[in-house]
Design a protein around this ligand. Structure first.
Ligand code: PHE
Ligand code: ZN
Length: 882
């Protein structure tokens, strides 16, 4: 074997088609937790279009037992092997390989390939985990028909699952049994899955649009038998929705979901056998919050939708990852919008995009939706690939209209069914189905960075002409200094002083425009739009529904923002105006704070919030979001140099002041929406009411009135659901004192048997604003509730602290930074993917003051200096320091 090579950069420009193809593969697993033997029989042939002579198979962490070529055992001289590859020279046109390898599931802490989790054994193969199971051309453009035979101890693993349909099963003499699964749909190996366990199964069925019956099964640890209903219901909703919205029907006799406690990501769309992080599938009202219920519905949908956008049509190479992920996120967002509140869904999606993806696009890891290069593909499962990718598809839909978009997706699925394709193929289907040129639009796939639109306007009262000038630019990102203009759909409208819509006829148009919103296509660096027949000076509303993932710069005073917050037709923009008002006011208070000027909350903010609180007709979920202040992280991103302490202080000041001045209104609203005698239901109305009630409780607790603490404790005690219990606990942990300790202890005692709830208990402590939080976190890492090998534990405690507790993570003494650096080095030895994700907390390190930058640089350097870093951490840390 060769010495480990230093991590190599992989480039899209170097893509070549595979030299050899696999027609079908027969896998035999002789399952054992310590040593599993894998026999792989590959029927392969040379690709006539392929570039090479040698057959190169990927393989990592494998013990090779034997290789046979057309039945003949090969000697060591007949092949070459390194740490990552098996190379076979001089092969016939068509041949059969039989490769036997051994692997060790119980030593696999990276959770890639075949691994042990609790009492079950399962696989995770995306992106490049299959090569840890056997030697194989591990690339998504090699698609094969899989037949999988599993042999295992029957008592230990009564349930043996793989992709496709169950073909045969039988008993063996020594207490073992076997099953054979066959998946008729050719697939890349990243979609292969295997599960063996002693699990509870809940079953249901679904009749597809053409009348085929599909068996649905959810497999979970036995103690979670009562937490499957919601996921099953979500699955049926997803199956129906994809038929109705996209004309896509399910294509196997069975669809299975398995819940696993140790999982690097949220869930995985393996063909017919989705594997889920237990936290993303298990739910009961007592243990899961509204947020959990909501997320589970959307993730179940997401993975199910991959059956078409990902599996039937897959990616040619990993540079095309957003082909399946961006599109599928866009699909799951529409699904959630259709099943719940479209307005709330949009607000939450944009909020997440702006706080996470914009930060990524402004930092050292900024990359295009279709990247040009990577070192470790696992590092590219990013908010850019997923969330910005979804926005890009959404913009295509905005440009083509709903019907045109559907024509495009029909053509795409039809044309490419069974193929591994590129984002260009996706765009081409859209273009051809609509006779629409998206050449310029494709820059969204190739240029990184968040475009900035600056808007100027002018009203000519005599000619009744409103002139709108839009300029666009895009900041430089690593490797891309110059950017070409994007094609940006700008949905907009004009309002009169009473909030009514004004006409939107452009100067060269003969007819008046017949809608209140129109989509301007901005495709130059500067463009002017003249609207005629505008009878009074309008207020312009831009980017309705957030029609493009851009930053909008438009000068508005507080009064105009307040007007939009109250009168704008588009609910997203109403919310957004409110957020802009908060931000504008807070930034100016931050400046006051920095100059030691006494802080004073502008009257207009109190007035506006009071109006929101009094709006009887408003949807409580929207009111809750209107009253939620921008996060400290988001405020930090709005400053040239993020001032951690000023932000923390000012945000608290604004919250406390609003709480004091509007206490009576918060109190009334709390009482109106607190329904202690109504049993928990997961639906938009109840969810909205709970969220508003708990926002009110948050403000009430900020008044420091001991009565409110009692109310909070009472809510926790009376609640029949985790949403209200956890909202109470979260507020309690910010108040030092004996009540806090009691609440935490009681919560743990009640829920210590439940992993998902214990993770919430870890998170509330990680997010506490009390000064001893980091010390407590270190204590919790020694608590039996925590294991550094469990990714959910790591994310709940370490991840939440570093990402969502900025005031303490960025503590002046550098303790937060040193803590994270130490944890990353420990994690990198166990699970490189989790380690490199945690590094993300340093993404914006150059935006802080000199002293903090210096300390973060030292923390990053302490990581970079380590020998034998994983390629995952190596890539991120070096890009951050570059
Ligand atoms: N493909 C999965 C999803 O988005 C994510 C994933 C990637 C899961 C890699 C595991 C490993 O739906
Ligand atoms: Zn996905």
């Amino acid at each position: 074997m060769n010495a480990p090579a230093s991590p190599q950069t992989i480039r899209l420009a170097d893509y070549t088609v595979p030299s050899y193809l696999v027609d079908n593969v027969d896998l035999h697993f002789d399952l054992d937790a310590s040593t599993t033997q894998v026999t792989s029989i590959l029927n392969m042939r040379r690709n006539p279009k392929g570039p090479g002579e040698d057959c190169v198979l990927n393989g990592e962490h494998l013990q090779l037992v034997s290789i046979k070529l057309d039945g003949r055992l090969l000697t060591a001289a007949e092949f070459q092997r390194s740490n990552t590859q098996l190379i076979l020279p001089q092969l016939p046109e068509k041949f059969q390989l039989e490769i036997v390898t051994e692997i060790h599931p119980d030593q696999n802490t990276a959770l890639e390939g075949l691994y042990h989790s609790g009492t079950l054994v399962c696989t995770q193969c995306e992106a490049e985990g299959f090569r840890r199971i056997t030697y194989y051309p591990d690339r998504p453009d090699v698609m094969a028909v899989f037949t999988v035979t599993i042999t295992a101890d029957k008592q230990q693993w009564p349930i043996l699952l793989s992709n496709g349909n169950l073909q045969e099963q039988g008993e063996l003499e020594d207490g073992r049994h076997w099953v054979r699964w066959h998946d008729p749909h050719p697939k890349p190996c990243y979609l292969f899955a295997l599960v063996a366990g002693d699990l509870y199964m809940q079953q249901d069925s679904f009749t597809t649009i053409s009348g085929r019956d599909v068996t649905l099964q959810i497999y979970v640890d036995k103690e979670n038998h009562d937490k499957c209903d919601h996921a099953l219901m979500s699955l049926k909703q997803s199956m129906r929705w994809d038929e109705e919205a996209y004309g896509r029907e399910y294509d196997l006799d069975v669809f299975m979901i398995v819940a696993v406690n140790d999982f690097n990501m949220g869930a995985m769309e393996n063909k017919g056998l989705n594997i889920f992080n237990a936290a993303c599938v298990l739910a009961s009202p007592q243990t899961a919050t509204d947020n959990d219920f909501y997320t589970i519905q959307s993730i179940v949908g997401h993975e199910y939708f991959h059956n078409w956008s990902g599996n039937r049509v897959t990616c040619r190479d990993w540079f095309q990852l957003s082909l399946k992920e961006g599109f599928t996120v866009m699909r799951d967002q529409s699904f959630s919008a259709d099943l719940n509140s479209a307005a709330v869904q949009r607000i939450d999606d944009v909020d997440q995009l702006r706080s996470l993806q914009f930060a990524e696009d402004a930092g050292p890891m900024a990359h295009p939706v279709r990247p040009d290069s990577y070192i470790e593909i696992s590092n590219f499962y990013t908010v850019t690939i997923y969330e910005k990718g979804a926005e890009v598809v959404r913009m295509i839909k905005t440009l083509l209209g709903d019907e045109g978009f559907r024509k495009g997706t029909d053509l795409y699925f039809d044309r490419h069914d069974g193929q591994a394709v590129t984002t260009d193929d996706f765009v081409k289907a859209m273009e051809e189905a609509n006779h629409y040129d998206l050449t310029q639009f494709k820059r969204w796939y190739t240029q990184a960075g968040t475009p900035v639109i600056t808007a100027f306007y002018n009203y000519d009262a005599i000619k009744k002409i409103f002139t709108l000038t839009l300029q666009q630019s895009c900041p430089a990102t690593p490797g891309q200094t110059e950017k070409q203009p994007f094609l940006i759909p700008v949905a907009m409208g004009l309002l009169d002083s009473a909030g009514n819509s004004l006409p939107l006829q452009l100067i060269d148009e003969a007819q008046p425009y017949d809608k209140d919103t129109r989509v301007l296509e901005l495709n130059e660096s500067e463009q002017t739009f003249r609207f005629i027949g505008v009878e009074q000076k309008p207020i312009v509303s831009l980017l309705r529904g957030f029609s493009a993932p851009v930053k909008l710069l438009i000068e508005r005073d507080n009064e105009e923002l307040a007007f939009l917050m109250a009168n704008e037709k588009d609910s997203f923009n109403r919310w957004d105006a409110g957020q802009s008002l908060f931000i504008q006011i807070m930034l100016s208070l931050i400046a006051d704070y920095q100059q030691n000027t006494a802080l004073q909350l502008p009257e207009i903010l109190v007035k506006q919030c009071a109006a929101v609180l009094q709006d009887k007709a408003a949807d409580p979920a929207l009111v809750a979001r209107m009253l939620t202040l921008p996060s400290e992280n988001y405020l930090a991103a709005q400053m040239k140099v993020a001032d951690v302490d000023a932000i923390h202080h000012v945000r608290k000041f604004v919250k406390d002041s609003l709480a004091m001045q509007l206490k009576a209104q918060f109190d009334a609203l709390y009482q109106q929406h607190n329904l202690p005698n109504v049993a928990y239901q997961f639906n938009s109305e109840h969810m909205g009411r709970r969220s508003l009630k708990n926002v009110c409780l948050g403000y009430l607790m900020a008044t420091n009135d001991p009565m409110q603490t009692q109310r909070c404790l009472k809510q926790m005690k009376q609640a029949d659901n985790m949403t209200d219990t956890l909202a109470g606990l979260r507020l309690m942990v910010d108040q030092a004192g004996i009540e806090r300790e009691h609440a935490l202890r009681a919560f743990y005692e009640q829920w210590q048997h439940d992993r998902q709830v214990v993770d919430k208990w870890l998170t509330v402590q990680a997010l506490s604003s009390l000064p001893d939080t980091l010390i407590r976190i270190k204590g919790l890492m020694k608590h039996p509730a925590f294991s550094i090998k469990n990714p959910n534990n790591v994310r709940a405690l370490i991840g939440q602290f570093c990402r969502n507790n900025p005031a303490l993570f960025h503590a002046k003494d550098g303790s937060g930074y040193r803590f994270l650096a130490e944890q990353i080095l420990v994690l990198d030895k166990l699970n490189p993917q989790v380690a490199s994700r945690q590094l993300g907390a340093f993404n914006s390190w150059r935006r802080y003051d000199e002293k903090r930058q210096q300390m973060m640089r030292e923390a990053l350097q302490s990581i970079a200096q380590q020998q034998d870093l994983s390629s995952d951490v190596y890539e991120i840390v070096n890009k951050y320091l570059a």
